[in-house]
Design a protein. Sequence first.
Lengths: 111, 114
Amino acid sequence: DAGITQSPRHKVTETGTPVTLRCHQTENHRYMYWYRQDPGHGLRLIHYSYGVKDTDKGEVSDGYSVSRSKTEDFLLTLESATSSQTSVYFCAIQVIDYGYTFGSGTRLTVV
Amino acid sequence: AQSVAQPEDQVNVAEGNPLTVKCTYSVSGNPYLFWYVQYPNRGLQFLLKYITGDNLVKGSYGFEAEFNKSQTSFHLKKPSALVSDSALYFCAVRDPGGYNKLIFGAGTRLAVHP
């Protein structure tokens, strides 16, 4: 999607290892979000950021941390991956009129 | 607590027939409501929003949605379905707690049959 990229697109990792997902935007938007998508649950907010070094927890933040050292980058870290964190992760930026633009997602499998 | 409900896991429609995907919400204050669509292996794409004004809002790809305050609903509609409309649809409401967070429903899979 225009202006926002996620990396990697796919990752398989072992239980107990740390994992970092990256979200990069080119449009200088202030608000950025990390969601996870699971069947039957829709999208649930993990963490969000409202500026450089300004972040806060969402609905399902346990086991996750984030960092935003530059406006354009928002990193999501799974401190010690568990099988329950197998999911599709989406980054989003808040654009004009309150709507979001989403990245293409990262499919993470924890084995 | 703020929430969004999409009561149907799946909606099946014949091509050419009208379609409705249902959404109800619970939020304090005036709701800001959204519909997004997700095609396979893709991110979510914005379809339409209601912030204020006319209760019938028009969006992308011929979709529209009707805001009903008394029934706390925001149903997505299209007069004539296409096979290419088959996708996963999400309703969302803005969290009044600030920071423009969105609360999403569980999603409804729309299947349009030829």
